[in-house]
Design a protein around this ligand. Structure first.
Ligand code: HEC
Ligand code: HEC
Length: 304
C-alpha cells in the first residue's frame, strides 16, 4: 500500500473514531428536566401521528460502554496493525502467528516421531497408535498412486497382498519408499514379431494356470528360455533383486480395465513397462519413512 493510501486510511479511521466520540459528548444531556414539574415527562416536541418523542438522557451505562469501546479501539490500533501501514507496537502479523503455531505443532510431533524412530518395524507394526500415524502419512503421500489402504491400481502395485516386486522385508520396503524403484522391462515387439508376442502371451497364461492355446504356448516356451528366464527365472517366479514380477501367479501389475488379461500381457511383452516409484527421502523425514515402512509392512503381515 502506498503512503498516500496508508495516511488516507489512518485519517478516516481516526476521524470516525474521534468524531463519533465528539458527537456523543457534545450532545450529551444529563439534565433534561430543567424546571419541569414533578410527574411531567421531558419531550422533544416532535409528534408523529399523535405519538410524542420523549427526551430522556442516554443511560449512563450505555454512554460509558461506548467510551470504553472507543478507548479499547485506540489501544488495539496502537498494539496491532490496523492503521494503514502502521505495524503496531507488538509487531504481530498473521504470517508470524501461523509460523509460531506450525513450529509448536511440529515440536509436539517431533517428540512423537523420534520416540517411534527408536523402535523396530516389527514392534511398530503391532502398535495401533503408530499404525494410525502411518496410515495418515500413507493417505497423504501414497494413496494417490497406491490407493487408500494400499490396494493398488493398474501399474501401481497392491501393497496389501503377499506378492512383492522388490521384497516384503522391512529393509526392502524402506528402500522402496526412501530411494524409489524403477521397473525396467524391455520391449520385445521388434525381436519377437507380433506372432511371437502372441505365442509368448499364451505361454505366460499357461504359467499362471489360465486358459491358453497349448500349441502357441509351446512355441512361446522356447523363446521364453531364450529371452525372459534371465530376469523372470525359468519357472517364471520372478526376481526381486530386479523387480521382475512373478509371472506364474494370478496377480498382474498391469491390468488396464478395457483390455482382456491376454491383451494386457501382450502389451507388456510388445512395448515393455517402466513403472516408476518416486524416491521420498528428500520429501519425508527419516522418522516418517520409518512409520510408513511399519504401516506398509503391517498391511502385508495381515495377509500372511
Ligand atoms: C507417483 C506414484 C507413486 C507414489 C506417490 C508412490 N508410489 Fe510406491 N510405487 C509406485 C509404482 C509405479 C511402483 C512400482 C514400481 C515398479 O513398477 O517397479 C511402486 C512401488 C512401491 C513399493 C514396492 C512394492 C513391491 O511390490 O515391492 C512400495 C513398498 C511402495 N511403492 C510404497 C510407497 C509408499 C509408502 C508411498 C508413499 C510414501 C509411495 N509408494 C508413493 C508409484 C508410486
Ligand atoms: C531385464 C530383465 C527382464 C527381462 C529380460 C524381461 N523382463 Fe519382463 N519384466 C521385467 C521387469 C523389471 C518388469 C516389471 C516392470 C515394471 O515394474 O514396470 C517386467 C514385467 C513384465 C510383465 C508384466 C507383469 C505384470 O504383472 O503385469 C510381463 C508380462 C513380462 N515382464 C513378460 C516378459 C517376457 C515375456 C519376457 C521375455 C520376452 C520378459 N518379460 C523379459 C524385467 C524383465
Amino acid at each position: 500500500m502506498s503512503d498516500f493510501w496508508s495516511y488516507w486510511i489512518i485519517f478516516f479511521t481516526l476521524l470516525v473514531l474521534f468524531g463519533s466520540c465528539w458527537l456523543l459528548i457534545a450532545n450529551r444531556k444529563t439534565d433534561v428536566r430543567g424546571d419541569l414539574a414533578e410527574g411531567e415527562v421531558p419531550k422533544t416536541g416532535h409528534v408523529y401521528d399523535g405519538i410524542e418523542e420523549y427526551d430522556n438522557p442516554l443511560p449512563a451505562w450505555w454512554f460509558w460502554k461506548f467510551i470504553a469501546t472507543a478507548i479499547f479501539s485506540l489501544i488495539y490500533l496502537l498494539l496491532y496493525p490496523g492503521l494503514g501501514n502502521y505495524p503496531g507496537l507488538l509487531g504481530w502479523t498473521s504470517t508470524n502467528q501461523l509460523e509460531e503455531r506450525v513450529a509448536s505443532a511440529n515440536a509436539k510431533l517431533d517428540g512423537q516421531y523420534s520416540a517411534y524412530a527408536q523402535r523396530t518395524i516389527d514392534d511398530l507394526a503391532g502398535d495401533p497408535s503408530a499404525l494410525r500415524m502411518g496410515r495418515r502419512l500413507f493417505n497423504n503421500n501414497c494413496s494417490i498412486c497406491h490407493g487408500v489402504g494400499g490396494t493398488g491400481a493398474n501399474g501401481f502395485p497392491n501393497l496389501a497382498d503377499a506378492d512383492w516386486l522388490y521384497g516384503s522385508t522391512p529393509e526392502a520396503i524402506k528402500h522402496s519408499i526412501a530411494f524409489g524403484r524403477q521397473g525396467a522391462m524391455p520391449a520385445w515387439g521388434s525381436i519377437l514379431g507380433e506372432p511371437g508376442v502372441g505365442d509368448m502371451g499364451e505361454h505366460l497364461l499357461s504359467l499362471s494356470g489360465a486358459d491358453h492355446n497349448a500349441e502357441q504356448a509351446a512355441r512361446g516356451a522356447t523363446q521364453y528360455g531364450l529371452f525372459c528366464s534371465s530376469c523372470h527365472t525359468p519357472a517364471g517366479t520372478g526376481m526381486q533383486a530386479l523387480g521382475a514380477p512373478n509371472l506364474s501367479d494370478s496377480i498382474w501389475l498391469y491390468q488396464q480395465q478395457n483390455l482382456t488379461l491376454a491383451e494386457n500381457i501382450r502389451h507388456s511383452i510388445r512395448s515393455g513397462r517402466n513403472g516408476n516409484m518416486p524416491a521420498h527421502y528428500e520429501k519425508l523425514r527419516p522418522e516418517k519413512i520409518h512409520l510408513l515402512t511399519a504401516y506398509v509392512y503391517s498391511l502385508s503381515q495381515n495377509q500372511q
